[in-house]
Design a protein around this ligand. Structure first.
Ligand code: ADP
Length: 410
């Protein structure tokens, strides 16, 4: 069946059409028919990109006023005689929607019905910048393709297995009861993808039998401790701001800093939020860029702030790996993914170098020469470290197929 994977943001729509089935999932023979991105919706500079294996890349700047016209554009791209990969939208058998927040309602992906939509709506206040747009994507697609199943795949659901002692903040318990303030965790699809990839391709061992620390390093970054295929802890919390240093987000912070800064500089809630989310992290520390590639280049040119930013970034990842090693009572594997995790041997080395006493023996040559997925530790390393090209769209397509078949997979 052909599954359209849809990720609708405030001003963007990311989509991919994947041909798949239960058999194709088992044999990992899914076919990616085409993927695209519509950015800057509602602006005069709105851009449409579409890529499919057998056709020339498409890029254009038609007027895209709102999400409705963006989805119309998606349908046009998919069916266009020049760019398209299907003849008619009736060839789409199902839609998988990325939904950021499932609150405490969802620990699995589900088919969307009125009740599910209401619960997603109920989580709006937990993810005001994401869930309303995600659900709007569903509402629009529901009108375009009313007769096919639509599935919701949540960023948070994988981490619903965290025990209470890991997900609660040490605030008065009533804060959790009254306002649902707790750690939820995000990037669940990527942490799951890493765990499944180890199981099915890299170590050929049931995930029920191993422990792994999964490290997703992209523009957003998070680590998870996965025991027997279940997340027992993760670095992101109530929002994706907690945890690692990220491109523009600060990660862990003494909460008193927020109060101090707001008083000291007389800044509003909104400004403080922007400072921590958009002007901190690698960008804040380096003063020049949030992009690791650029920072590595600047570091090579002797820019000390770029070096400092990358050292702080790697040190934070290292600390989380250490703490999850302890939380798991020792780990079998560590797995890196995301733009940085997949492509930057320098950062992987800065994170892992000198951790032999924790059983992690990095093989620098393997690390530097790795192309694609693979292992980067020495043959006698007690903990094996892998790199995996993550594929969140594929997880969403697979879950959609499984939801339709009534199969639940954590
Ligand atoms: P997103 O979280 O938005 O999906 P990505 O997973 O694409 O982001 O990760 C973006 C980050 O990956 C950027 O910091 C970018 O510099 C980094 N990156 C991509 N390619 C490389 C590379 N070859 N070397 C180092 N960093 C890289």
């Amino acid at each position: 069946m052909k599954v359209l994977v849809l990720n609708v943001g405030s001003s963007s729509v990311k989509f991919e059409l994947i041909e798949t089935s239960l058999d194709a999932i088992d044999n990992q023979t899914e076919k990616k028919l085409g993927r695209g991105l519509i950015e800057k919706i509602g602006m005069t500079t709105a851009t449409v990109k579409f890529k499919s294996p057998d056709k020339p890349d498409h890029i254009s700047m038609p007027p895209i006023w709102d999400h409705q016209s963006a989805i119309k554009q998606v349908m046009k791209l998919l069916t266009d005689p020049e760019t398209g990969v299907i003849n008619d939208i009736s060839e789409i058998d199902a839609v998988g929607h990325r939904i950021v927040h499932g609150g405490e309602y969802f620990s699995n992906s589900v088919l969307i019905d009125a009740e599910v939509a209401a619960k997603i709506r109920d989580c709006f206040e937990l993810a005001p910048l994401h869930n309303p747009h995600n659900l709007k994507g569903y509402d629009i697609m529901q009108e375009v393709l009313p007769d096919v199943p639509h599935a919701a795949v949540f960023d948070t659901s994988f981490h619903q297995s965290m025990p209470k002692h890991a997900f609660l903040y040490a605030l008065p318990y009533s804060v959790y009861q009254r306002h649902k303030v707790r750690r939820y965790g995000f990037h669940g699809t990527s942490h799951r993808f890493m765990t499944y990839s180890l199981e099915s391709r890299l170590v050929n061992r049931s995930r029920a039998d191993f422990k792994v620390i999964t490290v997703h390093l992209g523009n957003g970054c998070s680590v998870a401790a996965v025991d027997g295929g279940r997340s027992i802890d993760t670095s992101m919390g109530f929002t994706p701001l907690e945890g690692l240093i990220m491109g523009t987000r600060c990660g862990d912070l003494d909460p008193a800093v927020v109060l101090y800064m707001m008083a000291k500089e007389e800044i509003s809630l909104h400004e403080m939020n922007t400072l921590m989310n958009k002007f901190s992290g690698l960008l804040g520390l380096s003063g020049t860029s949030s992009d690791v590639r650029e920072l590595i280049e600047e570091m090579g040119n002797g820019n000390e702030r770029a070096l400092l930013a990358l050292q702080a970034f790697s040190y934070r990842v290292r600390k989380y790996i250490g703490s999850y090693h302890a939380a798991l009572g020792g780990t079998d594997y560590i797995c890196f993914a995301g733009g940085i995790g997949e492509n930057s041997p320098i950062i992987r080395e800065m994170v892992l170098d000198g951790m032999e006493k924790l059983g992690i023996k990095l093989d620098k040559e393997k690390n530097n020469n790795l192309t694609g997925d693979g292992e980067i530790t020495t043959d006698d390393s007690p903990v094996q470290v892998y790199v995996v090209a993550t594929d969140e769209e594929l997880v969403i397509a697979r879950d959609t197929v499984r939801c339709i078949a009534g199969i639940v997979k954590h």
